[in-house]
Design a protein around this ligand. Sequence first.
Ligand SMILES: [Zn+2]
Length: 293
Amino acid sequence: MKRVESLLNLNLDLSLPRLLRSCLGQGAFLGKEAVVAASGRAGEMTDFFNSLLVTIRPRYSSGILCLALTMLLVPAMPPFTQAQVIKSGPPSCPGVALTFDLCPVRRGAGYDQALIDYLIEQKIPATFFMSGNWMMRHDEQVKALLQIPFFEVGTHGKVHAHLPLHSADEQKQEILGPVRLLKTKYGHDATLFRPPYGEFNDDTVNVARALGLQFILWNVESGDPDPTLTAMRIEDRLKQLVRKGSVIVMHANGKGRHTHEVVQHLHQHLLPERNLTPMTMSDLLICNGQAAP
Ligand SMILES: [Zn+2]
């Protein structure tokens, strides 16, 4: 019989319906759809389940395990702070997170100064995911972004690798590079992590969790680096997708030709019309139906 550690080691989004579906499917915990709650809580329960499993017969064990897991996990899972891969905030929260990736660029300034100036002038909370190679070429900009109290800074891999193509150890080095750089050179603890290209596998999630990082994706893709999209097309897309708790992905490395214009439109029209307030990623995750002060 597999030990509970291996079952709990599986990952993917956690949801009550999926958990219950898994239980109804008996033994589905052994499959890839298995779930896991906060690692601390899961760790606490591991010993309990191991002692339980040695005392019960194998043919009953998966059902009993399912029932026990459901009873113990359901009250313990605030879904937006503890699910492993975070794509959005609480749907009751009247806020959205404007997130900007700072992927390395081969040509150009690699920094959308006009966009950043606008965010600062308008005091718009925003979250930036910096790649290590971008940081190494933008020392002044890193310092400038870290100084703004309503900006939050996370990391985005070192060289912007396709993580699933790499071993767990290589992924760890790629993920850790900019985290260490921010800590040693700038004295900043970055706990948010977004995988380059949004690509990940089980190793990526496990490595990020082991490093104590929050794994942040998005649920609204602006498409801003696509040179064929006009500002209006991007705005139309946002109109369709943005709602309470949305996490919008954009770029601040100059790749988004219309990002500045689109953010102005969001700030002046779309968000106020929908009574939505921009928040940093961390504020969005703890938002409980109230806009941040
Ligand atoms: Zn990127």
